[in-house]
Design a protein around this ligand. Sequence first.
Ligand SMILES: Cc1cc2nc3c(=O)[nH]c(=O)nc-3n(C[C@H](O)[C@H](O)[C@H](O)COP(=O)(O)O)c2cc1C
Length: 564
Amino acid sequence: MRQGDSTGLGADDLRPHGPAGDRTAPAGAGAQSASAPVPVTGRADGVGREFWRISLEDLATAMETRQSEYGNPDEPLKFKIYRGLPRRPLTTRLPAELGPVDAFDEPALSTLLHYGYGISRQEFDTNGTWPYHRMVASARCLFGVQLYVCLPDGVHHYDAPHHALVRLREGDHRGLLTRATGTGGPVPQAVFVLSGLFSKIAYIYRDYAYRLCTQEAGMVAGNLDLVARAMGLRAHVHHQFLDEPVDKLLGLDGDEEPALLVLPLHLAEAAAGADSTGPPVAETAASLAATIEAIEPPVVPSGLRVPQACPMLTRVNRSSLCTDTTGFTTAVPVAPAVSDAEPRPLPTTEVPEPGLAEVLRARDSGPGIFRPVASRVDGVELWARLARIRAGIVSDAVPAGAPAPLEIFLTVGDLTGIPAGAYRLDPETGALHPVARAETRGDAADAGLNAVTAIERVTIPGPVFTHMNAVVHLVGDRDWAFDTFGDRGYRVMNQEAGLLAHRICVAAAAQGMSGRIVNAYHAEGVRAALGLTEQRHTPVFQILLARTGPGGRVIVPVEPEAVE
Ligand SMILES: Cc1cc2nc3c(=O)[nH]c(=O)nc-3n(C[C@H](O)[C@H](O)[C@H](O)COP(=O)(O)O)c2cc1C
């Protein structure tokens, strides 16, 4: 057994905590919708909300079917491998720093894929269970998210271990993918599609793989967006697209590995013309799918069969499908109330800007047991980074120009320039509003806990909280998600949150901290610790921020050959 492995959720660690969610909670007053909030799926919603309750509010139930990672007969291959298809190696002579490109040529594509979702480090240990790390974090390094690239010459799978593209289908299908997103405008340079290969995660987590896959799809999209931006490119994030034609184009079985996100990519100057914020271009899944010839690319078989092993996941996934672009919609979530306490205005400060490539090479989640080392971290610098993190993402989940639909809560343990305590970051001004913490168990001791200890108390034992610099929570409006997007809301919320979670990990890395995503927390307890009073407001990500050491690992960077 891997020593010091606290990562992930251990069924044995989970104790039921408080009431099991709010099964009977009514749909909220509704999000502030830009158009009538018609669920895009056109199906009665319910499965998504129920899965939300279990996977976010009732971890003990969610982990009942959890399997061991070790000696598990369903363990899949570390990577999805196609055989007998044309393979195009990508150059490994890559820039050590990212800068604007004049054209989206082969070196630009190779650079974007390496820094976007390439392998960054290899870990050597005695049992070899988590050998590969990539530019984006993944629960237990399982990497369920697959990346497909549609270029003028065909549709490709990104084979990360060989840094190559495998061609699945010939021809230019970028226009078809934009039609599937209900948008028009100029043809993108490339269209990226992120899918969730559930079996990669479900061999351990069964139904819960849906949460992890959707969180990680958002994170990978978040990194592709950051890298693209640094290269003078722009990505548009589409949670809403016609599933059937996209899956068919890629040769995917939608039960085993559905497409989760579609990201058209434009050169920055062309991106404005590719405005995807108008009313959707009418299209149906069935009519678009009928124009595509079915393919079955040969994949090395591996892993369990998802519909049999994961009935709940399969129901949620099936009920989230979009069949008609005219149902696509956007809305703004309802923000949590702020306390009466005087907010702290964001001081003016210089924020050093280390290059993104360097930061991504340094990004990590810390060792198996997350153990902070005592350190001085500039809190105002971190605050300034967090204050701008919600801006600039172009996503079809919110009206044009609206910030990312998640609220940021910062719990400070040990940072210079911000007193210890829990705060909500004001999305407009960047001010920190101290939260009025609710006492979880009615015992007076709760009131005396410091803010970080209050979070530790509602986190499943594993990480060490002593010397923790800070903890970030991303809080979403559940009712916004389901009232606006129907059962698709589960995906939309997790993916939107993943986009921000990755940006937070990058902000941490820029200041020499590890950013550890931890799903093993009790939502109700976190709600109380953050002073949230409404059930609709759910903590969807918890991210521990601290300087850490290697923790006894042998872990080496995987570096491309640098070019000038
Ligand atoms: C969606 C997600 C959920 C995770 N959940 C946990 C968790 O519950 N507990 C934990 O200790 N680590 C958790 N992790 C951390 C991963 O195990 C860690 O990111 C992984 O080992 C990769 O390490 P690296 O980012 O240093 O490459 C999670 C990561 C992700 C992306």
